[in-house]
Design a protein around this ligand. Structure first.
Ligand SMILES: NC(=O)c1ccc[n+]([C@@H]2O[C@H](COP(=O)([O-])OP(=O)(O)OC[C@H]3O[C@@H](n4cnc5c(N)ncnc54)[C@H](O)[C@@H]3O)[C@@H](O)[C@H]2O)c1
Length: 269
């Protein structure tokens, strides 16, 4: 490689959606540490500003990625302040959370799964990613430079093994829904579409598919998931960072349309 620091993001401006979540905060810190000017975007504007100030990021900005006008506002404010956007991390997504743990197995069964939850997952995970790609990717294509990273999931590649969500007494805590894998599979297809569409205009589009990240889940779940994973454990929240900086930077200058699995080998067997 001719560039002595191909992983450096000095002088690059990066937007991260879902920046207030478990992984979004880590993505922001990783890009900041690589030298990028980072804009943290999530639903709550004030919380984004507070997080940006605490984490030493350039800015925090409220956005609902399901609304095109809100995405345009995010893009316009970033361009007004920083003049360019080089990196877009489409990380915001919804995953099932049921109000009542007691009812969650029944509600999450495929046969009963509420249509509103299916539609909400499509809105945020697919339409939201589409809108951010469309608005911010168009700016990148005009400048003939940019890297878009869509955060997908192992479940966009393989089906959920529902036995992972079973308690030691054999009862099911919940079923992983069809909505999550279907939306993440769509994100992977959109990634390949946009990579092919913008390849000649210098915009690279790739996906990262993380495996399960340990975040205070019940012990039996962590144990079962770990046994199902060649590296024998779940991911730590900061273990996506290396792949992210690689795809954001010139170190991956010949990589587009790829899906980088960061899953401890979960999909390898
Ligand atoms: N945590 C995991 O184990 C895991 C595994 C594989 C993939 N992923 C993927 O990684 C990404 C981040 O996951 P996470 O665990 O940090 O999730 P999280 O729930 O902690 O964070 C998601 C963030 O997205 C934001 N968000 C939701 N709807 C939004 C909208 N309409 N507009 C803007 N922001 C919105 C939420 O406010 C939240 O801060 C997601 O795409 C997820 O599917 C996570």
């Amino acid at each position: 490689m001719s560039d002595p620091t191909p992983f450096s993001l000095e002088g690059r401006v990066a937007v991260v959606t879902g920046a207030l979540g478990l992984l979004g905060r880590q993505h922001c810190r990783a890009l900041r540490d690589a030298g990028a000017t980072v804009i943290a975007a999530d639903l709550d504007h004030d919380a984004c500003e507070r997080f940006a100030a605490d984490a030493g990021l350039a800015a925090g900005q409220g956005v609902d990625i399901t609304r095109r006008t809100a995405v345009e506002r995010l893009s316009d404010s970033a361009l007004a302040r920083f003049d360019r956007i080089d990196v877009l991390v489409n990380n915001a997504a919804v995953n099932d959370k049921f109000e009542s743990p007691a009812a969650s197995a029944e509600l999450s069964r495929f046969e009963n799964y509420p249509l509103e939850l299916w539609q909400r997952a499509l809105d945020v995970n697919v339409t939201g990613t589409f809108l951010c790609c469309q608005v911010i990717g168009a700016h990148m294509a005009r400048r003939r430079q940019g890297s878009i990273i869509n955060i997908a999931s192992t479940y966009g590649v393989v089906a959920p093994d529902q036995s992972i969500y079973r308690r030691p007494d054999g009862t099911q805590s919940f079923y992983k829904s069809a909505a999550y894998p279907a939306t993440k599979g769509a994100v992977l297809a959109l990634t390949r579409f946009a990579a092919a569409y913008w390849g000649s205009q210098g915009v690279r589009v790739n996906a990262i598919s993380p495996g399960g990240v340990e975040a205070g889940q019940e012990g039996h779940f962590v144990e079962t998931y770990s046994r199902r994973t060649p590296l024998g454990r779940m991911a730590k929240p900061d273990e996506i960072a290396g792949a992210l900086v690689f795809l954001a930077s010139d170190a991956s200058s010949y990589v587009t349309g790829a899906n980088l699995l960061v899953d401890g080998g979960f999909t390898a067997w």
